[in-house]
Structure formats: C-alpha cells, structure tokens
Design a protein around this ligand. Sequence first.
Ligand code: KG4
Ligand code: ZN
Length: 363
Amino acid sequence: MIILGLESSCDETAAAIVSDGVRVLSSVVASQNEIHTKYGGVVPELASRAHMERMLPVIRRTLEESGVSLSQIDAIAVGHRPGLIGSLLVGVAAAKALSWSLGKPLIGVDHVQAHLYAGVLQEADIAPEPRGSVEFPALGLVVSGGHTSIYLVRSWLELERLGATIDDALGEAYDKVATILGVPFPGGPNLDRLAQSPAANDRIEDLPISRLSPTSLDFSFSGLKTAMLYQVRGVPEHPAHKRAESRYVAPPPLDDTRRRDLAATFQRAAVRTVTLKLERALEQLRERGVIVKSLLTGGGVTANSRLRSELATFAATHRLELALPSLAYCVDNAAMLAGLAFHHLEAGRTSDLTLEPVPTTAC
Ligand code: KG4
Ligand code: ZN
C-alpha cells in the first residue's frame, strides 16, 4: 500500500511517499526559512504564496526520489488541520486534484495526531520491524510551535487529550525567548545549540517551573517567558511601577556568557516542566487503572537535544517503549501524514472532495 502525503500547514511545503504505513520511500521538505527570517516569524500571506510555487516541484521531486510513479500510488493523504488557513488550502487543493484525477482515495489527516506517528517511521533501506511494534495504550506527547499536549493513545486512531497548554506552546516559548535573548531566527534550534555549549551553566537563575495546580496536566509557559524577559530587561522595582516609565532593577549585562547560560537555564526549566507533567499523567492513569506501555512523542521540539535525552531517561525509568522521531521527522514533514493515513485507510476512514482546511486541531 503506497500513500503520497502532502503537508502545507505552516511554512514547510512537503511531500512524501510511504509504503505500508512505516517505510519512507522519499520525504521532501522545502523550508521557507529564508522568506520569513527578516520578519522574525512566519508571515501567513507569504507562506501561502510560497506553497503555491513549491507544491508541484516538491511532489515531482518526491516521486523521482522514490522511483514510484503516480499510477502506483494507492491513496493521497493531506494535513487538512490545524494550521494557517491560506497555507492549508494549497495542500488540500493539490491533494483533491490528485485524488480526483487519479481516481484514488483522499485521506484528510490531523497534523497534530500525525506528529505522534512520526516516531515509528523508518527509512526504506532499514528492514521494517514487525508491524504493531508499538504497544497500546500509550502516553502521547506533542510539543510543537503551535501545540503542547499530552494524550492517552489507545490506538493510532483513538486519542484522549489529558492536558494542553493554556498559553504558549513550548516551541513558541522557545522562539520568543530566543528573540528576548537576541538569538536569530529560527529561534528554537539556535537557542538549543547555544544551550548545548559544553561550558554552559544551566542553573544561573531560579526560573519558575509551572505546575498550575497539584493535579493539572495542562501546561503554561508564559511565566517562564516573562521570567526570562526580566532576566534580560530587568525586574520592575515595585508592582505599582509596572508602567512603561517604571524603574527597573538593572540586570547584569547580556554578554555572550550570560546569553549562553540563560539559554541553558531556560532549557532546563522548560524541559523539566514537560517531564513533570508526564510523571503526573502516568500517575493519574495508573489511578484510573490504565497501565501505559509506550511513550509516543513528536513535534518540532522533540528535535531538542535536552528534551530527547530526558525523554529517554523518563521512558527507561518507567519501563516505557519510547517512540522518538528521528530528527528529519520531528519538524513538519509529509511522511508522518502518509504513515498515519495508512491506518485511516485500513479503518475505511477516507474523505471526499468536500474536505476542507480547518485552522484548529480535532485532538
Ligand atoms: O512541529 P513543527 O515543525 O511545527 C508546528 O507544527 O508547529 O514545530 C516547530 C517548532 C518551532 O517553534 C521551533 O522553534 C521548534 O519547533 N524547534 C525547536 C527545536 N527545533 C525546532 N525547539 C527547541 N529546540 C529545537 N532543537
Ligand atoms: Zn507541526
């Protein structure tokens, strides 16, 4: 079963061909970083225009690289939610056109759900593991630029959301803190690189690790972000002076050493916030009589070096099988969509030509 997947939800135009839900025959991602860098963030109108220019060349390249012809494709999958509406439209229109002209099923896939699938994808030259190697129920963690959520995953198609961010997503917090520290776009990966410097001290300040309440499985990163702002701009002297002209206690100068150490200190607090909620989720599921067997992870921030190593430790401590995507499949890609679509197809869940882009996730 060969599925062509298309992705255009934000600022990556991507296409991939995946066989039997796991073997990635080709995955092409055209990043738009060069377009958005000078604005310090993604400009939606420019993103959708770039998708229009790049979608067909990206599809052609993925077909060439895989050696698969259009007539060999069994179905077309597309990330139709969530995302920037103008960007999503381009992928959805292309997928509909291909599905109609080839007479093959169309499968609309939720991009957030697909991030959870990325950890089981395999390069085509590696022999596939026996199918069903992920044992359910699983705990799921999505940490991306738009979402930070924990799920109970009963099967690839059955998700129960246990918690989500009430303000910034983790990737968004990384990007904003990078701006505060003067780290260039794309902020998340660059901040990670800075924090990884061998000499970095990850405890130069005591930063808040948000718990929200003793039992909450939701996340909040706005307090941590504000704490970082204060580390750089100074702390207001008195709560009554919170206006622009208020006086600030001057912070130490932001030289390269302090920037590096603040990056590492932020990274430590941000990652701890995540593992703390995962611990809570496991405990609460145990109380409900649910014993999870695996930890599925995905989203751009699973590319983060510290998060990756702490997730490995967490999984080992709790005897969970860890599905951590390889770096190519952490950030937005179409292989995760084509892979998950295989399970939609097996379950008979296909879409028709009324499929619409939707800005929010269904999970
Ligand atoms: O999943 P993704 O590609 O797009 C969304 O669906 O949102 O995630 C992008 C996010 C960005 O916020 C980016 O800064 C963050 O993932 N990111 C990282 C790293 N690599 C990407 N954050 C921290 N450390 C990284 N190494
Ligand atoms: Zn994403």
